[in-house]
Design a binder for this molecule. Structure first.
Ligand code: GDP
Length: 592
């Protein structure tokens, strides 16, 4: 006999593209534990604060009588449509000029080099042109153009990248020939590599008698940059930013690298690109420098960038000249935003003001939705994604107290092998975790492992803001073990011990059958019968078991609050002394 069961129609629930397990449980009005159990049944180990995506959430909702509907598909996202249309190839692609960022160690001459290039080239044929700092400039060289971002250093570069925008095509690494490879040189190399950028090395300060170009080249080889003349593919150009020598050679080589990269754009379409700088001018209002990446930006265009929108009222190039149009790879200062966009925001020209307004509303809503959402990328989270086949790589940034220990950790990690995921160490350096590490982690979805080193306060704040996990260790094998477990998909959640009540022993009583008990005053929290508790004397734990008896005025009670006195018996312990502290504690899952 066959039985037909009529399934009741599932009620619809609208979910955002990503949300935490707790958020999902709240929306469904069920317990997060039940959601976690359901995910586990589907083979997904998820913590309560873990962010899951819509598709995964949609596999859970039917169990609670609900059908998931995507918040985005219900409205038809304007921003997504803009993003998509940007990628469409209309068959009008033509070559565009390269965008270059200058990176390197402090005092190696980045600013001087930027100034020298600007001054030597920009005025050619532009007699009397006064350059203006707008965050980027373009130079002419042998009939071709090169765009330089005018904010040197990898922090600015990676901060923009951390916001999801790709701006640079080529990195010029400045290394002073009298100083050689320094910590920030290594950072810069790693930042450029993480962004998949070709590197041209400018070996600077060759005018100095103590300059040693060959030493620099050898040091760079140790960091994975093998010079062309030694059979590698990295071009090293000797320059003196101060004496203006070697600059043509440098530009020539930048163009060679650009040619290989085959950079293309469609100048005929509506413009899109990235906001590089934005400031409030007291007289003119919001001024934003944008780098056009595709299409052409024109006067009168409706424009949207993050939560700011406007209409292009005027545009200025890096020579303070008014321009009517700006094509691919051209930086221009735009007047006409109604509020300040943020550096790193992508901008789009929209067909009309209405679309721009809709996009702004959407972007505002999106940032509002994301506010309460913990998006922290954790080792555990990456493991879950590797196990689910969604991730194929675990990216790490390693910091250690000394070069020796750094090498030890690094080489042990590199030996780890997993068929399911590749391990990629984006950066390894000696010294505390700094803000630049956090930005790199954020831009590259990496996790920071700190071995025997602290975290700088600014890095701590950045990690909070950018939702980056920093895991601290003081034993090498634990680092290795955790990473290995994450790769294998068997990393246990981290627990920490939390003391939830404290009591001080005031007297000791012999209590007949039940043995000796402690007369205590509860200092904080609440003592509960049966919970785990330890006896601490002078900071040392003497015994760790559970509360076996709890009495007030000869009555057995279940709990005693702070401020009250009571008698406490601890399982398997009688040797109380006045002054001992009883700590009731529990293991709690560490927040991500
Ligand atoms: P940044 O910190 O990398 O931007 O370095 P700066 O451009 O501020 O340069 C640091 C110092 O090095 C300044 O005193 C410059 O004058 C000097 N400097 C830069 N380039 C050269 C060079 O090619 N030769 C010499 N001798 N000094 C240079």
């Amino acid at each position: 006999m066959t039985t037909k069961t009529r399934r009741p129609a599932l009620k619809e629930i609208v979910l955002p593209p990503t949300l935490t397990v707790k958020h999902l449980a709240d929306l469904m009005k069920v317990s997060p534990i039940d959601v976690i159990k359901h995910l586990m049944r589907n083979g997904v180990m998820a913590a309560i604060n873990q962010v899951i995506d819509f598709d995964l959430a949609a596999t859970v909702t039917p169990a609670f009588g609900l059908r998931a509907k995507s918040a985005e598909s219900s409205t038809g996202s304007v921003t997504e449509a803009l993003e998509k249309s940007e990628k469409v190839d209309d068959g009008n692609l033509t070559a565009r000029s390269p965008v270059v960022t200058i990176l390197g160690h402090v005092d190696h001459g980045k600013t001087t080099l930027l100034d020298t290039i600007r001054n030597s080239r920009i005025t050619e044929g532009e007699v009397g042109g006064i350059t203006q700092h707008i965050g980027a400039y373009q130079v002419n060289f042998k009939g071709q153009k090169v765009t330089f971002l005018d904010t040197p250093g990898h922090e600015a570069f990676t901060a923009i990248r951390a916001r999801g925008a790709r701006v640079t095509d080529i990195a010029v690494l400045v290394v002073a020939a009298d100083d050689g490879v320094m910590p920030q040189t290594i950072e810069a190399i790693d930042h450029a590599k993480a962004a998949n950028l070709p590197i041209v090395v400018a070996i600077n300060k060759i005018d100095k008698p103590e300059a040693k170009s060959d030493v620099v080249k050898r040091q760079l080889t140790d960091h994975g940059l093998l010079m062309e003349e030694w059979g590698g593919d990295v071009i090293g150009v000797p320059v003196s930013a101060k004496n203006r020598t070697g600059i043509d050679d440098l530009l020539e080589n930048i163009l060679v690298v650009a040619e290989v990269a085959e950079l293309k754009a469609d100048a005929q379409r509506q413009a899109s690109g990235v906001v590089i700088e934005a400031e409030l001018d007291r007289n003119r209002g919001p001024m934003a420098t944008v780098l056009v990446q595709n299409g052409s930006l024109k006067l009168g265009n409706s424009i949207v960038a993050g939560s700011a929108r406007g209409r292009v009222r005027a545009m200025f190039n890096d020579l303070r000249r008014r321009v009517k149009e700006a094509g691919p790879s051209v930086p221009v200062q735009v007047l006409g935003f109604s509020s300040l966009p943020q550096a790193g925001d992508r901008f789009y020209v929209t067909s009309n003001d209405k679309t721009a307004r809709a996009a702004v509303a959407e972007n505002l809503q999106k940032s509002e939705n994301e506010k309460g959402l913990s998006r922290v990328l954790t080792l555990e989270g990456v493991m879950t994604r590797i196990t689910a086949g969604e991730a194929k790589e675990l990216s790490l940034i390693l910091k250690a107290d000394a070069q020796g220990s750094l090498e030890a950790v690094k080489s042990s990690l590199e030996r780890l092998d997993s068929p399911s995921a590749r391990l990629s160490i984006l950066h390894a350096g000696a010294g505390g975790v700094n803000e630049s590490d956090v930005l790199l982690a954020s831009a590259s979805n990496a996790i920071i492992l700190a071995f025997n080193v602290g975290v700088e306060p600014s890095a701590e704040q950045a990690a909070e803001r950018e939702a980056v996990e920093i895991r601290s260790y003081d034993i090498i094998y634990q680092v290795i073990e955790d990473v290995e477990k994450a790769l294998k998909g068997i990393l246990e959640p981290r627990y920490r011990d939390v003391v939830h009540a404290r009591a001080t022993v005031r007297a000791v009583f012999g209590a007949g059958k039940t043995g000796r008990v402690a007369g205590v005053i509860v200092n904080d929290g609440r003592l509960t019968r049966g919970v785990a508790a330890r006896v601490v004397r002078n900071g040392h734990t003497l015994h760790d078991a559970s509360i076996s008896s709890l009495r007030r005025f000869k009555e057995d009670v279940n709990e005693v609050n702070a401020g009250f006195e009571c008698g406490v018996g601890i399982q398997g312990f009688e040797d109380f002394q006045e002054g001992d502290v009883i700590e009731a504690h529990r293991r709690e899952r560490s927040p991500a």
